[in-house]
Design a protein around this ligand. Sequence first.
Ligand code: 7TS
Length: 415
Amino acid sequence: MPATATFPIFDALSLRREFPILNQQINGKPLAFLDSAASSQKPRRVIDCLEDYYRRYNANVHRGIYKLSEEATFAYERARGKVAKFIGAASPREVIFTRNTTEAINLVANAWGGANIRAGDRILLTVMEHHSNIVPWQMLAQRTGAKLDYIGIDGQGRLVLDDLDRLLTERTKIVALTHQSNVLGTINPVRLIAERAHACGALVLLDAAQSVPHMAVNVAELDADFLAFSGHKMCGPTGIGALWGRRNILEAMPPFLGGGSMINLVELEQSTYADVPSRFEAGTPAIGEAIALGETVDFLNSVGMETIYHHEHELLCYALDRLLVVPGLIIHGPNTLEERGATIAFSLEGVHPHDVAAVLDSEGIAVRAGHHCAQPLHRILDVPATTRASFYLYNIPEEADRLAVGLEKVRKLFA
Ligand code: 7TS
């Protein structure tokens, strides 16, 4: 098994050494990776864990009566247990492995939505959602005749809670919202929203793609009914994510995809289905990736989610100080720092975001430019695109300095 490193006192510089990819030059400059909101980098021990599976005990799970398959099954189910504990689930059976957040939300929209949503029902979303928490609901609404409602945002990119009170009715069957915006960085008051939604009899789905990697998330404390997140944004592999759901709700849900592993008995005309979570894991899963996600959870725990949150918060404050003095720079999202994570989307007057990103790339700084899969939000911000710098546990203040200097260079070039 790969060696494990622990970081009792946070030391971003030694932590960086655990991420081999960060130690390289891009365009002759040290890489400053500021795009973890799109996908994070992976520490050595996660890469080693994945390789260890493929080298040493690769076999299908829940099938073979031979040593390798038993070992793979044990490691796969142990990873489920680690993920469950990481998010405060009552039982590993409440955790379904999916490919990513997108698949997890589609699972709920199809399986739960198909069984529970009728014509005239309302589905409540927010205007700051990623497309993966909009399009599956649009598809469900089109199939069923349900209607979508949207909670708006104020001038600082915070949800307008009056909209919640106005739009929540007994027709609202589910409120699906992001825990933390991938553009504005806004951390939404999800516990309060869940209380109000439950008082109206609606369920709550949290898109936690941008929160689980960055802060301690406990599903019991948040009082959610479903929670979706992706491994690749939390230092884990691509191709693996998870859906957590309350056990009684999951147990009442019909399957999502049909096939092997999700059945009890198959006859020519009909089948009966396996218990949760197997019912929702049709076909051969991403076995090595799930096991490596378990290793990722161990890694994040070794650093500590509180420590990660505080480190990122310090980076956020530091970076905002540096960026706020760049002339012509508009930062989107809350200026109340407790209400936001370390994702900073901005516009630079007179320069297209793609040009900003290209110049920064020439300085070795990786940021994302575009609509970040949040077109409705950008329409409200009244910009076609933004540039986004997103920080994670391996980033250091010097990278925020380089970003600010890089933006000065952009301004001079496009003056
Ligand atoms: N929800 C949120 C809030 C996200 O930020 C993303 C990905 C997703 C869902 C979808 O995750 P996936 O793993 O299923 O693709 N966000 C981004 C981003 O901001 N830039 O690239 C991907």
